[in-house]
Write a protein that binds this ligand. Structure first.
Ligand code: PAF
Length: 254
């Protein structure tokens, strides 16, 4: 099957309904600006499913900062080339009005873990993520959906949503893809200046080397990061830190 692009939610739903008999559907949700981390998700989906669907939608409801939304990298042609080379069957790329005919009157909310870590600095962020992922799952009804461990808090919240709402999709965790320097791949890395790119791998180095979260915070600050948080939680060290205007997140097992 060659790559097909669909923009309309109900067209996607009807098309997949006609194809799904006895077939498995793998789904990779993204906001575009695709890189090798996304490629790893797509490869995994291709190897485990009959049909692979990729969504590319910069979801405004998960951005609490309008500037961040405006500056989010958009690389449509390169994204399509990567999707095609990875053997994706469908790219779903909707408009906001079509995804949110209710103007976001209806929202999905988690009231505990979504308020911690990234949720402290980004109020409403995870409500937007969970709401859009629920919409996407309802349209696609994937057998499996693939999420990177780089966004570990997001991954845990989506696993929790699937469990809480008795959803049938299996969530597959895919390990973080890193540069040889240790820097976790992220669409936001595209916005780092050449000097910041040199410094950015320090985030991962400090997370794996520091003996505790406060030592990691101090080391990052003295390296020039503005630290939003470093926290050790349930065997994992999570961090968000800014270099200039770019906010980087990472996490490691401890
Ligand atoms: O991780 C992302 O790119 C986004 O949060 C997601 C899951 C595609 C929802 O918009």
């Amino acid at each position: 099957m060659s790559l097909r692009i669909i923009h309309q939610p109900l067209e996607l739903k009807a098309t997949l309904a006609g194809l799904r008999q006895n077939k498995t559907i793998g789904f990779v949700p993204t906001m575009g600006a695709l890189h090798s981390g996304h490629r790893a998700l797509l490869q995994r989906s291709k190897s485990e499913n009959d049909i692979t669907v990729l969504s590319i939608f910069v979801n405004p409801t998960q951005f609490n900062d309008k500037e961040d939304l405006k500056k989010y990298p958009r690389t449509w042609d390169a994204d399509l080339a990567l999707a095609d080379a990875a053997g994706v069957d469908f790219v779903f790329s909707p408009e906001f009005a079509d995804m949110y005919p209710d103007h976001f009157r209806y929202q999905l909310m988690e009231k505990e873990f979504s308020q911690a870590l990234c949720g402290k600095d980004r109020p409403g962020h995870f409500d937007g993520v969970l709401s859009v992922v629920m919409k996407l799952f309802n349209l696609i009804q994937p057998t499996r959906a693939y999420f990177g461990e780089k966004d570990f808090q997001q991954l845990r919240l989506i696993e929790g949503m699937v469990e809480a709402f008795f959803m049938s999709t299996k969530i597959v965790r895919v390990p973080t893809v890193r540069e040889s320097s240790g820097l976790a791949l992220s669409s936001r890395n595209l916005r780092l200046t050449p000097e910041e790119i040199q410094l950015a791998p320090r985030l991962h180095q400090v997370l794996i080397q520091a003996v505790n979260a406060s030592e990691a915070t101090a080391q990052l600050q003295s390296s020039g990061f503005q630290v939003d948080y470093v926290e050790d939680l349930e065997g994992r060290r999570y961090a968000a830190a800014r270099l200039g205007k770019v906010r980087l997140i990472d996490n490691v097992k401890i």
